[in-house]
Design a protein. Sequence first.
Length: 290
Amino acid sequence: MRPRPSRRHRYSRRNAGQEAALRHIEQARAFSHEIGSTDDDVKRYFFGLSGSALDEIFSAYGKAYGTAAEQYAIVTFKKWKSGSTHMSGLVAQRLFNLLPPRMPASAKLELAGNIWRRFGPRSAHSFTLGPAADVTSLTEAVSDKLTKAIQNCQIPDQVRHRFEWLSSRDVRLKEQLLNYFLDMEKDLVICKLQEELPILQKQLQEYGDQTISVRTRLEIHRYSIDVWIDHRLEDSFREGIPDKTPVGSTAPGIAKSLASLRLRLGQPIEWLIVAALFLVIIFANLLDRS
């Protein structure tokens, strides 16, 4: 009969298991930070591989870490994918660092875009444009503003780490990926402005009597551009929001209607409104008495 392990021995084994689990958690956290604070999308890419693409990763893994490690990865792949077995941080780091050199460009752009949209730099700007102003002049100004904002921004660590990982520490490739997203978002903003602004300008020209200004907001990922079309600027534009209508002033459409009534009736319309209200009050009192 085999002797039962002592309480001290069982406690020691339990402690060793806990320490190993904590070590794996810390390794996973460190690797997650290394590739941009979230590795869920990287895992989805890896577990979506099959056939020769997956075999190539396992083969490279075996060459780097031995046949036993390769066989373990092949056997455990389905368990990792289903979630029944947790992939340690060390194994994840070893496997996933083999991915970037073997990824197609489209996959790199997708994984770069995921982290860019979540952690990329923010930028918010406002412009005011006249209904007859040249839209191209405004879009050029917006483009310059975005370029300066991007150049002056501090790229967050999460973005920098992901781009470094995807480029396998190739500085030139990292810059190409980064510039791609900077230029892509700027181009999206400009295209949207070129599509929407002429329509809003036309609306303000047609209904300027009823409306002082209209606004459109473009939000593309972490960029926000507010553009007001304001009839008071006519054929010019400037950075910033429109001037507020002074207190006590009247919108153009209302002012024009009042002026028309004054001309037709030959007396101030304000007095007619007061008289009408007075008559309504008298009529209401008479109804109450009856």
